[in-house]
Design a protein around this ligand. Sequence first.
Ligand SMILES: Cc1cc2nc3c(=O)[nH]c(=O)nc-3n(C[C@H](O)[C@H](O)[C@H](O)COP(=O)(O)OP(=O)(O)OC[C@H]3O[C@@H](n4cnc5c(N)ncnc54)[C@H](O)[C@@H]3O)c2cc1C
Length: 512
Amino acid sequence: MSSLSADTPPVAWRERALERLSADTFDLLVVGGGITGAGIARDAALRGFSVALVERDDFASGTSSRSSRLIHGGVRYLEHGFFHLVFEASRERRILLRTAPQLVRPLRFTWPVYRGARIPRWKLRAGLGLYDSLAMFRNIGRHRGLSRQSVLAAEPALASDRLLGGAEYWDAATDDAALTLANVLDAREHGAVVLNHAEVTELVTDGGRTTGAIVRDNIGGASTFVRARVTVNATGPWTDGIRRMVNPTAEPAMLGTKGVHIAVPARRVGNGAAVTMLSAVDGRVMFCLPAGEQTIVGTTDTATAASPDEVRATRADVEYLLASVNASFPAAELGARDVTAAWAGIRPLVSTKNSGDPASASREHKISAGSTGVIAISGGKLTTYRLIAEQVVDRAARQIGRGSVRCSTAIRPLQAPPRPPVFGLLFEPIVEGQQWTLSDATRAVQNEMACTLADILVRRTKIAFASRDHGIPAAARVAAAVARHAGWDAAECERQVEAYRAEVARIFTIDP
Ligand SMILES: Cc1cc2nc3c(=O)[nH]c(=O)nc-3n(C[C@H](O)[C@H](O)[C@H](O)COP(=O)(O)OP(=O)(O)OC[C@H]3O[C@@H](n4cnc5c(N)ncnc54)[C@H](O)[C@@H]3O)c2cc1C
């Protein structure tokens, strides 16, 4: 069990984590606290390795809080012939539904088919039959064909003109940031030293081998040398930056494609569950996904040279998504002013010589060891994080001569962070009409390593994604509520509110 227990005051847990980072020599130093790094840290800690996990910003602050939040076989990938990936992802979906039922839940999809559609009914049925078979017929339920009437019974708000029928199939949904955090907390529970707002600024190499990294505490400002037998680069879209710390002329291993989502009011769209649609603009497969009071529409998939720090939706992205959803749900008549939030993420895909078309670029992952022994991951999906982690830790274990220790994450339950009941003032919602309360904010600081208002409002809750004002008007009240636990005085509360405004602008501004 970790000595950094959940009740340790936040300032103290950071200090103690920093002390251990500088004092210990770790089997594994994992750089990057997205789903990939979090999964690796948990797997390695469960195998009894000594593990350090450092994250530059907050856990899941990169791509892992900007996904479509699906744990899916990847119905879209069938079109591009990625059968192996669908097989692998379907197995992982099964494992996660079994081991993490609090975090991963079944989601029913309706796929309507219209006259003249790029994917006709026979092809859809054949594709979904293949989807079921690649899941070894052990998905939540098998797909079934739907008549025109049945499609409209399931999703009455769908366009009915030229509707021929369709199909129903199953995938699963999660909260990407919560899934990441659950892995981080379990890694900590099993002895890993985990620290957010802690950035690797330099890899240290001795005799041609990487022996650790210089890690800067982005809150306190001090830097320390973290020693490790194996260093793992799990920085997703930032992968090439870390690789170039060792080899400044390294060829890119990662191809970034940008994916945008918008949240719009669910009552305007009128979808009952999830809907798969072919965009009326260009025929791409897209989703309308239920998210409480909102429907999330996405995603785009375009080549980008944008820095992962500054990737945002553009007006053109938003117009494209609105045109697509309006064509499928004609009564919605959504305009730019109806958009609750728009955000973008970068898919860290494996770079290949012919990865020209983003949509057909492989979603498979690649694990490689650089010349100084750093293990790097490119590609992957939220869905397959557990498998990636297993393969990375297998490789790291061989590197340190302990290759016989087996992975247990395929059978071991993964719990969602506990939510103890609360009463009184703390039960007050942070934003009227939304589920999150001030007690969620204090718990985030006390038990879940939230260190900033953005950690609370963007990732421990989803307030920033679900409110048009992204929770900015509530920021000062949240800061006051958590101040005692976070060790913030009045000046720091003000600074936090300003920093939160800037963070909201960085993530949610819609660029021209
Ligand atoms: C629009 C979109 C939709 C998607 N939808 C789905 C989906 O529905 N289902 C699915 O399975 N997959 C989906 N994916 C893919 C999935 O989200 C990603 O594959 C996954 O989140 C990548 O996780 P990661 O940990 O590799 O990268 P990230 O989550 O980006 O994590 C990398 C981390 O490294 C940190 N870091 C960077 N530099 C440093 C440093 N110097 N020191 C310390 N830390 C550092 C960053 O701050 C970051 O938090 C989607 C992707 C996108 C873009």
